[in-house]
Design a protein around this ligand. Structure first.
Ligand SMILES: NC(=O)c1ccc[n+]([C@@H]2O[C@H](COP(=O)([O-])OP(=O)(O)OC[C@H]3O[C@@H](n4cnc5c(N)ncnc54)[C@H](O)[C@@H]3O)[C@@H](O)[C@H]2O)c1
Ligand SMILES: O=C(O)CC[C@@H](O)C(=O)O
Length: 528
């Protein structure tokens, strides 16, 4: 089947060559659509690749019933309604590392241009003015650079600034004093950065907490003559407050790659000679554009091949090392959920997942997501996936509890899942056997040993001679071949369980005949 990929922003042709090489992928590039056109045409597409221009709103997502993955060829996903995507089970991936270097270099270029008034001097010269006195700058050596947001780009800027012999003071809610010391920079809170810096550069995402982070009050705390750089997101600096602060000479200059509304052609900041601007080109290098497109293309191919994506935005990201360890449990986890929902006859109130033994050394959240997906899928359909499973469970008021224990319970690893309903508790446990693969080893309190694959019949009965024979005759009559069979009981003559794997799906009429047998209390047929 063809996987249709729509690209709506300019993107590097070299970068998408991995997708072009795949026979399964059909690519459509359409960079001129407005939102209405996008809504009308997105219906058929399985994947969408954008940069920062296309607005992937909830409305767009609602018009895309086949959309499975959105690739953001860059870092910021503020042009994508990630919540709406998550609700629909659409994976959002980005390319968080691919343009870090370019954005850091652009920041340094802006810092240099700002401190030496290069764009202003250039413009004047183009106007045939040779005015050397007007364009006296300041050195950055021995000046203090304040960095707000010491993530990927902020950290790269810090290293470069140190190379220019600047003193760096940084604030980031995740930065510790020890980490700052290791990097050879000063650790501060936001006020420290605002008070001490000669130049301030912001490298945070635009979120509620960072919207207008640099506002009138923040400018008040800064040194007079401070210069600002924003190569992160428009809106982190309050543009009106900046305008006023420049007029009052509190702020001596600003270099902006990003603005609250883009593109913009008329903005009063454009009229101020102290402000230099670029049209959001921090990531516009040959290298960054190729790299972001390669990363997103690879993740789309991972998705098509049923592999884990490397840079998910709406689920926890796992590095290759972690993924390699936990991936072998994915199948078992999902099948335990799928199996258990067949045994659960009432509305689920709580899912309790207990991990035992070696498995707890791994990252468990992807397993919990897959178990929940397996449980919800039967009733909610195939749109449930590891992206939205926890959200969907939460929306239905299902509590999810995770327990961990080193106790091995007879297996080197064991995952046990329990559903609680008003009618009682049902449970299943499974293990991954070294070299032999996944097994279901416990159903409620009965011991079994079944590969979670294909057609399974679970029969609850009373432990009496002849029950197995009568059951076997009915299956034989309907030409159902038994592949494997397990029996366990609580006590002699007491409650017992039979678990069979058979070679074909069991029809309703077979089920009725089995249920009519004396001593058989319940029959569940499960297709995994
Ligand atoms: N101009 C461009 O073309 C361009 C290119 C790439 C990235 N960006 C933007 O640059 C920004 C940084 O990207 P990144 O890859 O370094 O992201 P990142 O996630 O690696 O780093 C962001 C950092 O900001 C910190 N942060 C969050 N809230 C904060 C707050 N209130 N105060 C201080 N720090 C805070 C986070 O803890 C994190 O360490 C993003 O907004 C991204 O979209 C712009
Ligand atoms: O698409 C672009 O070039 C902008 C990229 C940049 O803003 C990002 O967040 O990665």
């Amino acid at each position: 089947m063809t996987f249709k990929v729509l690209i709506t922003d300019p993107i590097s042709e070299e970068g998408i060559s991995p997708l072009r090489q795949s026979k399964e992928v059909h690519i459509v590039i359409q960079t001129n659509w407005n939102t209405e056109e996008l809504k009308q045409n997105i219906i058929d597409f399985d994947a969408l690749i954008v940069r920062s221009q296309t607005q992937v709103t909830r409305e767009v997502i609602e018009c895309a019933p086949n959309l499975k993955i959105i690739g953001r060829a860059g870092v910021g996903v503020d042009n994508i309604d990630v919540e709406a995507a998550t609700e629909k089970g659409i994976i959002v991936v980005n390319a968080p590392n691919a343009n870090t270097n370019s954005a850091a270099e652009h920041t340094m270029a802006m810092l240099m241009a700002l401190s030496r008034k290069i764009p202003q001097a250039y413009l004047a010269l183009k106007e045939k003015q040779w005015d050397r006195k007007k364009y006296v700058g300041v050195e950055i050596k021995n000046k203090t650079l304040g960095i707000i947001g010491l993530g990927r780009i902020g950290a790269e800027v810090a290293y470069r600034a140190k190379g220019q012999r600047m003193h760096v003071v940084a604030y980031d809610p995740f930065l510790t004093k020890e980490q700052a010391e290791k990097m050879g920079i000063e650790y501060g809170n936001l006020d420290d950065v605002l008070r001490k810096a000669d130049f301030i550069t912001v490298h945070t995402p635009l979120v509620k907490e960072t919207k207008h982070l640099l506002n009138h009050d923040a400018f008040e705390k800064m040194k007079t003559g401070v210069q600002l750089i924003n190569c992160a997101r428009g809106g982190i600096i309050d543009e009106d407050a900046l305008y006023e602060a420049i007029l009052s000479k509190k702020v001596a200059g600003a270099a902006l790659d990003v603005m609250e509304e883009e593109p913009f052609y008329h903005h009063r900041l454009l009229d101020l000679p102290e402000v230099i601007l670029t049209p959001h080109i921090g990531a516009s290098t040959v290298e960054a554009q190729e790299n972001v497109a390669i990363d997103v293309s690879h993740d789309i191919l991972h998705f098509i091949n049923g592999e884990s994506v490397r840079n998910p935005v709406n689920m926890p990201s796992l590095n290759n090392e972690i993924l390699r360890k936990v991936e072998p449990f994915f199948y078992l986890a999902e099948k335990l959920g799928e199996f258990l929902i067949y045994l659960t006859d009432d509305v689920i109130e709580e899912i309790v997942i207990s991990y035992h033994g070696d498995v707890i050394e791994h990252e468990l959240s992807p397993l919990t997501r897959r178990i929940t997906k397996g449980i919800l899928k039967r009733h909610l359909g195939t749109h449930v996936n590891e992206v939205n499973a926890l959200l969907l469970a939460d929306k239905r008021g299902i509590r999810i509890q995770e327990n961990k224990s080193y106790t091995k319970q007879g297996f080197s690893n064991l995952i046990s899942v329990q559903t609680s309903t008003k009618s009682g508790v049902k449970s299943v446990a499974g293990t991954l056997l070294d070299g032999l693969g996944p097994r279901i080893v416990k159903v409620d309190h009965y011991r079994v040993d079944v590969t979670p694959k294909g057609h399974i019949i679970v029969i609850q009965h009373t432990d009496q001679p002849g029950v197995i024979g009568r059951m076997g005759s009915i299956l034989a009559k309907h030409d159902v071949n038994i592949a494997t069979m397990q029996v366990d009981r609580a006590d002699i003559g007491g409650e017992a369980i039979m678990m069979l794997t058979v070679d074909k799906h069991i029809e309703g009429k077979v089920l009725i005949e089995l249920l009519a047998l004396n001593d058989i209390h319940d029959v569940k047929t499960i297709d995994l």
